[in-house]
Design a protein around this ligand. Structure first.
Ligand code: NDP
Ligand code: 8X3
Length: 248
């Protein structure tokens, strides 16, 4: 019997790459997101070993009901990749848009918690499982105008550490991946669709790709059962921290 993984935010970027990587490693993959067309395209590509679930991670009741709605043979989830998330805006904190703050906090922190609450009890009951949370270098230290986004990723770090502590008496493993600059739709979303501004973020440096982060994810997931990769910071070669980026 193949193992089962669930990836939130599998319609783009890091999540899409993680879904493909898990599928290539022999997992059946529950792919989730809000964009029906992109989810269906990935389902088409991956075939019968993919199961699409359309929902918004910010809605706790719908997130729980979506997980509960899985057919019986998809319910025993071995790997949860909590990836759905976003940054909105790059403004001084005292000038920021409170709607952007709400969306980031509700998605990056509360959505991740809702999914954890919906999936992890089953892992504990079955005595196996692995949670991979996508944090960020932004959670290690704030950078200029990153304020609330950095705060959400610092919260992901603390929440991930807390989960690892609470699961230490079980075989369930918990990994935090902290990527640096990854070229995805992330910056386009951050700048509310401004493609030119988004492209400038990756100018003069070879950024990471979603596949680079998927490689780190699969390394942690495929480590021997007695090995828990607690945390990985993955940076582009010419990036040293959230603030230090050397461009040519
Ligand atoms: P993308 O914008 O390419 O992908 C974001 C994914 O999150 C999409 O699949 C989107 O799906 C999903 N998503 C966003 N909001 C919701 C929601 N409310 N409910 C369900 N799904 C949602 O960005 P990335 O792939 O770069 O980002 C993925 C994660 O990686 C995020 O948590 C981000 O913070 C983190 N990260 C990104 C870095 C980067 O430089 N790109 C670096 C470090 C961390 P849909 O729109 O279909 O709902
Ligand atoms: C995404 C990476 O440095 O743009 O978390 O915040 S960064």
């Amino acid at each position: 019997m193949k193992k089962t993984a669930i990836v939130t935010g599998a319609t783009s970027g890091i999540g899409e790459a993680c879904a493909r990587r898990l599928h290539a490693a022999g997992y059946r993959v529950i792919i989730t997101g809000r964009n029906v067309a992109r989810l269906n395209a990935l389902k088409e590509e991956l075939g019968n070993d993919a199961y699409p679930l359309v929902f918004d991670v910010r809605d706790r009741e719908i997130a729980e009901a979506s997980v509960a709605s899985l057919p019986a043979d998809w319910q025993d989830i071995d790997v949860l990749v909590n990836n759905a998330g976003l940054a909105l805006g790059l403004d001084r904190e005292y000038e920021g848009d409170y709607r952007d703050w709400d969306t980031m906090i509700d998605t990056n922190i509360k959505g991740l918690l809702y999914m954890t609450r919906a999936v992890v009890p089953g892992m504990v009951a079955r005595g196996k499982g692995h949670v991979v949370n996508i944090g960020s270098v932004a959670g290690d230290a704030a950078y200029a105008n990153g304020n609330v986004y950095c705060g959400t990723k610092a919260a992901v770090k603390a929440i991930t550490d807390g989960l690892r502590i609470d699961l230490a008496e079980t075989p369930v493993r918990v990994t935090l991946l902290k990527p640096g600059l990854v070229e995805t739709r992330f910056s386009e979303v951050r700048f509310h669709g401004d493609k030119e501004r988004a492209a400038n973020v990756y100018k003069g440096i070879a950024p990471l790709t979603g596949e680079d982060i998927a490689d780190a994810m699969i390394y942690a997931v495929q480590a021997p059962a007695h090995v828990q990769i607690a945390e990985m910071l993955i940076l582009a070669t010419h990036q040293a921290s959230g603030s230090v980026i050397c461009r040519k």
